[in-house]
Design a protein around this ligand. Structure first.
Ligand code: CTP
Ligand code: MG
Length: 231
């Protein structure tokens, strides 16, 4: 059954899903790889669609897979599918350009964070609604972090208490994200990083262990395990 999105929702969610998944090893584009029998993108979109504030979802798919992704997602939720770009930022920009008039909150959410719970979508959106221009979900850093030089000699130990590991969905007042992308000059930064470069304020909210980014085969195994235990 297709999940209905909320016609009175105020949130658009962009889902960059056009990456190759090189670090997972040979195979299909990452968003199309199967996790417990379903593509990562299906898991991700189903959870986004379950968040009550969501009005519209725009997926940036691999250019050769746009039709296949439309067909794949049709039974899951009403989504718009556009062709992604060579870099994640281009994929986000393509999805952003396809957001209809209306929603003034825009979230950007990696398809690779396929098990992200709907409540995280809601808490990021709520923080934007409360007046923050840019919001990111974060977790504390658990490992000790060292700075090293090119020869792997340790230069020093970084104060971990001031560090955060950043997840998605990242949330923005629509006009702030549009302005940040318009002036984007650094393809390597995340969306909140574009806002930082513009001098904008970015606020943290608590992230979720379930929003892990599936990057390497180990993460796939962990995600399979989490699904069998109820994620
Ligand atoms: N992404 C995208 N367009 C790109 C590159 C990445 O839409 N040109 C998306 C991915 O599909 C993913 C998210 O951005 O949902 C985060 O990227 P990452 O985890 O790096 O995924 P991949 O780029 O697919 O993986 P890899 O870097 O290992 O190839
Ligand atoms: Mg990548």
């Amino acid at each position: 059954m297709t999940a209905q999105l909320n016609p009175r929702g105020d949130v658009a969610v962009l889902v960059p899903a056009a990456g190759a998944g090189v670090r997972l090893g040979p195979g299909a584009p990452k968003a199309l790889r199967l996790l417990a029998g379903e593509p990562l993108l299906v898991h991700a979109v189903r959870r986004i669609a379950a968040a009550p504030s969501v009005y519209t979802i725009v997926v940036a798919a691999p250019a050769t897979e746009v039709e296949a992704v439309r067909a794949m997602l049709a039974p899951v939720a009403p989504v718009t599918v556009v062709s992604g770009g060579a870099e994640r930022q281009e994929s986000v920009a393509a999805a952003l350009a396809a957001v209809p008039a209306g929603p003034e909150i825009v979230l950007v959410h990696d398809a690779a964070r396929a098990l992200t719970p709907p409540h995280l979508v809601e808490s990021v959106a709520a923080a934007v609604r409360d007046g923050h221009d840019a919001v990111i979900p974060v977790l504390p850093v658990v490992d000790t972090i060292k700075e090293v030089d090119a020869t792997e000699r340790v230069l020093g130990t970084v104060d971990r208490s001031a560090l955060r590991a950043v997840q998605t969905p990242q949330g923005f007042r629509r006009s702030v994200l549009v302005a940040a992308h318009r002036s984007a000059g650094d393809a390597l930064t995340d969306d909140a990083g574009l806002v930082e470069k513009q001098g904008g304020a970015v606020m943290c909210v608590p992230g979720s262990e379930l929003a892990l980014k599936i990057t390497r085969p180990f993460d796939m195994a962990l995600a399979e395990h989490l699904l069998t235990t109820g994620a």
